[in-house]
Write a protein that binds this ligand. Structure first.
Ligand code: 13P
Length: 339
């Protein structure tokens, strides 16, 4: 591992005013997203959609890196340029999702463990040769009756640490993503409790596995009310609870925290990020690594029709710009109509 290089890549991913586009939807997930616009998930449709995203004019001012899926890593633009090369030329760092998905945790109904450690060392070496400079592994933690159990939290934290350590050995920055889902009916306080415990265990395991924190990024959920909770916390409350939780458990050696959007609307995700950054200086950069919150408006504008590519790219630039403003705490909902 070249520590200097890894640290530099991690810092560049959270450069001022910038954040990450998560475009690493697996085959079943992209099929679901295309389903919302009535488009079938053929290899060519997936390629065309990713080309639209990666060639969008102006996004390099706001997008520092893109997380790709295995298939996308090996696809090209229509004129034959491999996607990782195209991104690197634009000054956007290519990254890769390397987990094999969250599977049922045996013996623990309703809970998941992320698979993909077997053979990971070899796959990471190949991805690096293909141009990847960072990676992502997502653990999924659901809140419900009697869950999460401590066994589930520990097993996922352990896997995240093994992944992170292998990434650094291969010269890649690991994005460590323990996602506490917002699907349940729980109040924000329960989300805070579970997020605190999950992140504490993750940082214990990372230390135990000798992971170099300065060369990592954290991708957490925000501390937020469950979607089905009758009482929904407001923007200020989410910002306060999230910052409080992170300050308690995320070491200041970590250069940046790149939130997932997790089912928030694009506007909510931007508003929450901006409210956190408006609170003044934090020990780490607070940035974004959004999938749906960046892409939903793009898909709606595109609809799978080549004639809509420019409009879809404009929608992507607009959302990126608003999140760029949120990086400085300067977003306001009034900008939605102006942008
Ligand atoms: P969302 O922002 O849509 O939650 O996706 C981010 C991501 O990469 C989830 O793993």
């Amino acid at each position: 591992m070249n520590r200097g290089e890894i640290e530099a890549v991690a810092r560049s991913l959270v450069a001022p005013g910038k954040g990450i586009l998560a475009a690493d939807e697996s085959a079943p997930t992209i099929e679901k997203r295309f389903g919302t616009i009535g488009l079938s998930s053929t290899e060519e449709n997936r390629r065309a959609y990713r080309e639209l995203l990666f060639t969008a004019p102006g996004i390099d001012d706001f997008i520092s890196g893109v997380i790709l899926f295995d298939e996308t890593m090996r696809q090209n633009t229509r004129d034959g340029t491999p996607f990782p090369r195209l991104l690197a030329r634009r000054g956007i760092v290519p990254g890769i999702k390397v987990d094999a998905g969250a599977k049922d945790l045996a013996g623990f109904p309703g809970e998941k463990i992320t698979e993909g450690l077997d053979g990971l060392r070899g796959r990471l070496a190949t991805y690096r040769e293909q141009g990847a400079r960072f990676a992502k592994w997502r653990a999924v933690i659901d809140i419900g009756d009697g869950i999460p159990t401590s066994c589930c939290l520990r097993a996922n934290a352990h896997a995240l640490a093994r992944y992170a350590s292998l990434c650094q050995e291969a010269g890649l920055v690991p994005i460590v993503e323990p996602e506490v889902l917002m699907d349940g009916g729980h109040p924000i306080e329960r989300c805070e409790e579970v997020t605190t415990e999950a992140l504490s265990l993750v940082y214990g395991e990372l230390a135990g596995h000798r992971v170099h924190l300065e060369g990592t990024l954290l991708k957490p959920n925000m501390v937020i009310s469950g979607k089905k909770c009758p009482v929904q916390a407001g923007v200020e409350q989410v910002a306060e609870a999230t910052v409080r939780t992170l300050r308690r458990v995320v070491p200041s050696a970590v250069p940046g925290i790149v939130f997932l959007s997790g089912g928030q609307t694009p506007r909510q995700a931007t508003e929450h990020l901006s409210a956190m950054n408006a609170k003044g200086a934090h020990p780490w950069e607070l940035a974004f690594s959004y999938g749906r919150a960046l892409q939903d408006p793009v898909l709606k504008a595109w609809k799978g029709d080549g004639a809509n590519v420019a409009a879809a790219q404009a929608a992507f630039l607009r959302r990126s710009k608003l999140n760029g403003a949120a990086r400085y705490g300067r977003y306001s909902p009034a900008m939605e109509d102006a942008a």
